[in-house]
Design a protein around this ligand. Structure first.
Ligand SMILES: *Cc1c(COP(=O)(O)O)cnc(C)c1O
Length: 381
């Protein structure tokens, strides 16, 4: 059996160090906003090449706290990709703003910069590109459009720790980048966690206040704040895992190259092989293929011992939660087609080349069988 992601193996590889970090926090007697969070913030900011990092409770709140810090709220619009995890949209909704979807470039899965300006209105306040599946969004034109229209840029980096854009790690390209440390992300805690990186010192200060009841000094509340803190234990565990992140990404990239070579030329299978510009690299959070008969392909793989996941089966605008926006089926056709066709194959830092080859064999077998059965079906009776 090749699991989609073997979190147990990933964390077992650092068992001794993780236990030592747990004991350090246990024995410290200090569990929220202390030295571990401060140290992790310093280390993660440096790793990303950003001036500041602010630890928060999770990725969704990392996104929504930034929008709140910019006073984005009721009556405002935030431009989001039509195809993303729903958290990106929820961040806008949670501050009272309206998420305005823009369709992706089909080959890169990322927001299409050429479609952004048509979605800008006098109410637009921010662009919220997502580096989906670990691949960096095309930031140069996005930043240019934002500058021209006086808009903020908040990047959703939840799937892209360590991805690079034009020679630079993500984390300081836009005005702020939001991160998730959900256990399955490339940098994952053993529970929930999140952070914001930014070069803007005033924004970082405001976020530190907002995450902690609107207070910098205990029992003195300057603004209406939240309780959204990264805890000491998760920060200590993340400090153990951060030094392994680059090696994990290198392993993911090797798996992706093995897939791209091994799965090339299979009938009806579309690979994530859109070329990246010089100095750009994916964090390969997910390896996502497309097939017109995705559900039949997905159904064939468990029998061959291959675990897969669909990221994501239903587009945000077609979720019942977003029915009030009134965006009907057919209104965002590229995103809808992608949601019908995508399938994520196993990828992770502990996956071996032999396991990857077994996935290639199983997918090849299933895809050829689908091609045969549809060519038979196409023959006249
Ligand atoms: C995981 C994820 C989030 C949310 O992160 P949580 O820590 O689970 O709240 C946001 N955006 C994207 C693209 C994600 O993949």
């Amino acid at each position: 059996m090749i699991p989609f992601l073997d979190l147990q193996a990933i964390n077992a590889a650092q068992r001794g160090e993780l236990l030592a970090a747990f004991e350090r926090v246990l024995d410290s007697g200090w569990y929220v906003l202390g030295q571990e969070v401060q140290a992790f913030e310093r280390e993660y900011a440096a790793w990303c090449g950003a001036a500041h990092a602010v630890g928060v409770a999770n990725g969704l709140e990392a996104l929504s706290l930034v929008l709140r810090a910019w006073d984005i709220g009721a009556g405002d619009e935030v431009i989001v990709p039509s195809n993303t995890y729903i958290a990106t949209w929820l961040a806008a909704t949670h501050v009272g703003a309206t998420p305005v979807p823009v369709e992706p470039e089909e080959r890169s899965f990322n927001i299409d910069p050429a479609r952004i300006e048509a979605a800008i209105t006098p109410r637009t306040r921010a662009l919220l590109p997502v580096h989906l599946y670990g691949r960096p969004a095309e930031m140069a034109p996005i930043l240019e459009i934002a500058r021209r229209h006086g808009l903020k840029v908040l990047e959703d980096g939840a799937q892209a720790h360590g991805a690079t854009y034009r020679g630079q790690r993500l984390g300081a390209l836009g005005d702020a980048t939001a991160w998730s440390f959900y256990p399955g992300k490339n940098l994952g805690a053993l529970g929930d966690g999140g952070a914001i990186t930014t070069d803007d010192a005033a924004l970082a200060e405001r976020l530190r206040t907002l995450r902690n009841y609107g207070s910098q000094r205990k029992y003195h509340n300057e603004v209406i704040g939240f309780n959204s803190r990264l805890d000491e234990l998760q920060a200590a565990l993340l400090r153990v895992k951060l030094p392994q992140l680059q090696a994990g990404n290198v392993q993911r990239s090797a798996i992706a190259q093995q897939y791209l070579a091994g799965l090339a030329g299979l009938p009806g299978l579309v690979l994530p092989d859109a070329p990246l510009a010089a100095g750009c690299s994916s964090a390969w959070h997910l390896f996502v293929v497309r097939h017109a008969q995705r559900d039949r392909l997905a159904a064939a793989l468990p029998a061959a011992g291959v675990g897969t996941v669909i990221h994501y089966p239903v587009a945000p605008h077609l979720q019942p939660a977003y029915a009030p926006l009134g965006r009907l089926a057919g209104s965002l056709p590229i995103s809808e087609r992608l949601h019908a066709e995508v399938l994520s194959l196993p990828i992770g830092p502990t996956q071996t080349a032999a396991q990857t080859q077994a996935v290639i064999d199983a997918v090849g077998c299933a895809v050829r069988a689908l091609a045969e059965s549809s060519s038979h079906a196409a023959q006249p009776a």
